[in-house]
Design a protein around this ligand. Structure first.
Ligand SMILES: [Fe+2]
Ligand SMILES: [Fe+2]
Length: 718
């Protein structure tokens, strides 16, 4: 436990491993913050007894870590979304397990508020459910031990309503009492920003999905009643849990987030991934476990998913003094330099096979790619325009867009195509249309005419080119490139100027192959463009192996950020492990982050903050040095080291010795670990563990920041 959080008790769990503190300095100010965690499933120590799944033995320790992390965030309001224990009411050990679970969070100085789950009071009233439904006795027992199961409270600018999903549609008299209370409470607080929390999801995939035999939703009539209530009162946010899987949707204007567990994943949902099952029959997909930091701002509630393994995992890499970096979301202005080109659909729908505890097949969406776009803080996502003709994908794209991610729709340009008709059909869904010249990088006269007409009509448009013939070492057939080369871009600009056409953006490719310094140096040529307002650099990750990808992507993002008006589109988001050109993505085939995902998430946040601080009026100049030991980049205020071999702290320190001495005090970011600490030239080698192999970014502190000892750019670290 950290010593600097207000909930810390000096005698609390002295044996607990410390959780690094937090750095929110890359985030805008929030009016209010609260923490939400779900499905901790504390389990009494089974000792030598056999357990059904080996990962069950980890549940209590994971629950403990989750409470520890919740406490370390320093928020006075912590909510538990239900399923405090693995036992369920009526079993012999239920009471003892709950008592031990209560001791566990009290040991961290926490006094959370609770949402009632099926493991707390009983199953929903469905005759196929595995345990008995809620009784007045189990309900009274919960109320006595953990407080009310339906209630409202004011939380900063919010009014929060907690509902008991387990009694909905049930025969206990409390069900009707809750209904009447909820209607009255929401009506009385209709002038406030409203949040509703409950354990069971209202639905998983769609509002009209079946419920009898479905383990994970609320049945009608209460489902319909609740949805109508959300719409009538324009509830801003609905939170649910229970499925141990993340989902994100909108119910009318209500953002609807279902939280993963802190302790284990539910196996059936792994069928949504094109991968082998995660460990323990899919029950131990540990990278997905986490909790939510909700930051209430004027325009929205920012939902930061904090992954427990990343937050707590030093893994022996780092010494004390490092803090976890909370990174930006797309809704945090201004636009970040990072964008994504999607090779896969934004979401897929899967029928989970018929398996216990459900008695019917469950249809679900895979929302992990969409949530990853948000977690990365991506400014824009490029999809093929054909996705806009698929109602399922249109819905997903609209959800992404409502989270402030810009949508670029690409069209392979067939001159017989009715572009005005296409644009008209998708009015309000697209931020930029990207026309891709097919097989050439030179637009025809009629294409220039079309571009001119669309420009006059006020359309935001980009131009790209899809050209075959790139010779790639080791490949029998030439490959097809997307985007203009820099030379072709310069020629295009001249052609556009002669034709009187101005384009908002043009796609320009980097690579293929590892990014070279001379290629990055060439990027500044686009500053002289006359008829192209901005460049979307395209980087396709190549091959497998995180190290090479990290070098190319980190260098490209830094270089992109140094050219005003540029964005970097990276792809693929997810692994492509069954194609002619196998590539690692930012996410693996379970949609879990690869190291590069975190490195870009962290770097994107740092660069966005630098833009916010209005330090980017002019282009930043980078000096690159490449050696067998690694790549070093230096600018006036930033320096980056991307090792190629494991480096000891002292040799790493030598690589940037001149920059660090010139800079004095600086902040050093472990990009993959999303960790930060302050350092000076003489401390750097001491900060790092042995054999360091991940990218590090150093950001010079201004004199003001150094002298105040602040650990945050805006003094907002906590
Ligand atoms: Fe659960
Ligand atoms: Fe549950």
């Amino acid at each position: 436990m950290t010593s600097d959080h207000p909930n810390a008790r000096p005698d609390a769990r002295p044996d607990a491993r410390p959780v690094p503190g937090w750095d929110r300095s890359l985030l805008p100010e929030a009016d209010f913050e609260f923490v939400v965690l779900a499905d901790t499933h504390y389990m009494l120590e089974p000792g030598e007894a056999a357990v059904e799944f080996s990962s069950r033995r980890l549940q209590s320790e994971r629950a403990d870590r989750a409470w520890q992390v919740a406490a370390s965030l320093g928020c006075s309001d912590v909510f538990h979304m239900g399923d405090l224990v693995q036992e369920f009411p009526g079993t012999e050990s239920f009471s003892a397990a709950r008592t031990a679970a209560i001791e566990q969070f009290r040991g961290h100085g926490l006094d959370p508020r609770f949402v009632a789950g099926n493991h707390d009071i009983g199953d929903k009233p469905d005759p196929t459910m595995p345990t008995r439904p809620v009784t007045s006795e189990s309900l009274a027992d919960f109320h006595q031990a953990l407080g009310p199961s339906w209630y409202g409270l004011d939380l900063g600018p919010l009014h929060l309503v907690v509902l008991n999903s387990q009694i909905m549609n049930g025969s206990v008299p409390e069900a009707l009492a809750q209904r009447a209370w909820a209607e009255q409470d929401l009506a009385e607080h209709s002038d406030r920003r409203l949040v509703v929390m409950l354990h069971l999801p209202v639905y998983l995939d769609r509002p009209n999905e079946p419920s009898l035999g479905h383990y994970d939703n609320i049945a009608d009539p209460d489902r319909g009643w609740l949805i109508e209530l959300l719409k009538r009162h324009e509830v801003e946010l609905l939170l649910a849990a229970h499925v141990h899987c993340s989902f994100f949707d909108r119910v009318g204007s209500t953002r609807y987030r279902i939280l993963n567990s802190t302790s284990f994943t539910r196996p059936g949902f792994c069928h949504m991934f094109t991968s082998a099952p995660p460990p323990d029959q899919g029950r131990d997909d540990a990278a997905k476990l986490g909790l939510l930091l909700a930051r209430v701002r004027e325009s929205r509630i920012d939902l930061h998913w904090l992954r427990l393994d990343e937050v707590t995992g030093f893994g022996g890499r780092l010494k004390a003094g490092w803090r976890n970096v909370v990174t930006r979301l797309p809704s945090t202005p201004p636009d970040s330099p990072l964008a994504l080109t999607l090779a896969h659909p934004l979401a897929t729908r899967t029928e989970i096979p018929l398996a216990w505890p459900s008695a019917i097949r469950q249809q679900v969406r895979n929302d992990y790619p969409l949530l990853a776009c948000l977690e990365l803080g991506a400014a824009a996502v490029k999809v093929p325009a054909s996705d806009l003709d698929d109602p399922f994908l249109v819905n997903r794209i609209e959800v992404l867009r409502s989270e402030e991610v810009k949508i670029v729709a690409s069209v392979l340009w067939d001159e017989t195509q009715d572009l005005p008709g296409l644009i008209e059909r998708h009015t309000g869904r697209v931020d930029t249309w990207e026309w891709q010249l097919a097989g050439t990088d030179q637009p025809t006269e009629s294409q220039l005419e079309m571009l001119r007409g669309l420009q006059a009509a006020g359309l935001t448009q980009a131009l790209s080119a899809v050209v075959p013939g790139a010779i790639i070492p080791g490949r029998q057939h030439p490959r097809t490139s997307t985007g203009f080369s820099i030379d072709a871009l310069i020629q295009l600009d001249a052609q556009l100027t002669r034709a009187g056409v101005v384009l908002d953006r043009v796609a320009c490719r980097l690579g293929p192959g590892p990014i070279r310094v001379d290629e990055l140096d060439e990027m500044v040529r686009v500053r002289e463009l006359e008829s192209i307002r901005g460049v979307d650099w395209q980087l396709q990750l190549q091959g497998t192996g995180d190290r090479n990808s990290a070098e190319s992507a980190v260098m490209s993002l830094l270089a992109t950020d140094s050219v005003p008006g540029s964005r970097l589109f990276i792809g693929p988001l997810m692994d492509m492990d069954r194609t002619m050109d196998v590539r690692d993505g930012l996410l693996d085939s379970l949609c879990n982050p690869r190291p590069l995902f975190n490195a870009l998430r962290c770097l994107n946040s740092i660069l966005s903050t630098q833009r916010t601080a209005a330090r980017m009026h002019r282009a930043r100049r980078w000096d690159w040095t490449v050696s067998d030991r690694g790549v070093v980049g230096e600018s006036e205020t930033l320096a980056v080291v991307i090792p190629r071999v494991p480096l000891e702290g002292s040799s790493l320190s030598d690589l940037v010795g001149e920059w660090t001495r010139r800079t004095g005090r600086f902040r050093v970011y472990d990009l993959v670990g999303c960790k930060v600490r302050e350092s000076g030239p003489d401390e750097l080698s001491e900060c790092l563990g042995p054999k360091w192999l991940d990218p590090l970014l150093m950001v010079g502190l201004s004199v003001d920041e150094s002298s105040t000892g602040s650990d945050g750019l805006d003094g907002h670290a906590s």
